[in-house]
Design a protein around this ligand. Structure first.
Ligand code: DGL
Length: 264
């Protein structure tokens, strides 16, 4: 039933990394996904603008009758989570805290964090990591070209490998042992990032950790679907053509439907 759905949003295809994990772990749950493709990227915009976009995206999903909201965007999680929790009367899970917890759990001591300018400038990852493990050394780098490369579907392009090498060199010079992919678009570029950091680096992406927290929360709040065959509906704020093309590989499945909607 529609009002039993889990709502998930991101600025574009990045949040599909979280969606994919949710589908795998929660096959009975119905998912509603919104990609705010008309306004991607969020990561280069001010906290006030991202907060407004996040509230409008959440408003749209809440109007469909969701029981839980997953903010599958690190930028929105970094700057808009308190406002989202204040405004909407339902559980809201972001990707940043689960990402930080997964990085600490992986045993890293010199942790590199890559994310959008908005996420890195907010300093939220550093604070979350230091709260969990005060002795950790944290090094951050904004990688603004990663999101357009992912949205363009250039994950395996030589340009992506060159850009990754450029952005990650300063973090490698700090001898990091773990790298947090602090943007839900970045797992799309994992191949290029892996070439740059080498086989020994621990790569942490918050998608799996976030999906596990959703499972726990649904159980705790007694919100889990007891029966159901799942199913997803996808919404975008621009024409769906590119989202369909790029997103499919990501989601690992055909889209059942992608509908264009106007929000805000
Ligand atoms: N995927 C989002 C994130 O995790 C946003 C990327 C963007 O729109 O700049 O930050």
């Amino acid at each position: 039933m529609q009002h039993q759905a889990i709502g998930v949003f991101d600025s574009g295809v990045g949040g599909l990394t979280v969606c994919r994990e949710l589908i795998r772990l929660l096959p009975k749950e119905q998912l509603l996904y919104l990609g705010d493709t008309a306004r991607v990227p969020y990561g280069t915009k001010s906290p006030a603008t991202v907060t407004q976009y996040a509230l409008e995206s959440a408003e749209f999903l809440c109007a469909q009758g969701i029981k839980l909201l997953v903010v599958a965007c690190n930028t929105a999680s970094a700057v808009a989570l308190p406002q989202l929790r204040d405004r909407f009367n339902l559980p809201v899970i972001g990707v940043l805290e689960p990402g930080a917890r997964a990085a600490v759990a992986s045993g890293g001591h010199r942790i590199g964090v890559v994310g959008t300018e908005g996420t890195i400038n907010s300093d939220s990852y550093r604070q979350a990591l230091l709260n969990l493990a005060p002795d950790t050394a944290v090094f951050s780098a904004a990688c603004p070209l990663f999101v357009p490369l992912a949205e363009e579907g250039w994950a395996d392009h030589s340009v992506a490998r060159q850009v990754a090498a450029e952005y990650l060199a300063p973090l490698l010079a700090e001898k990091i042992d773990t790298l947090v992919l602090g943007c839900t678009h970045y797992p799309l570029l994992e191949g290029a990032i892996r070439v740059a950091v080498g086989p020994g680096m621990k790569l942490v992406d918050s998608a799996a950790a976030t999906a596990l927290e959703v499972v726990e929360l649904l159980e705790r709040a007694e919100l889990a679907a007891e029966e159901g065959t799942g199913g997803q509906r996808f919404f975008v704020t621009d024409v769906p053509t590119r989202f369909r093309r790029i997103g499919m590989g990501f989601l690992g499945a055909e889209f059942q439907s992608v509908e264009q909607v106007h929000i805000g």
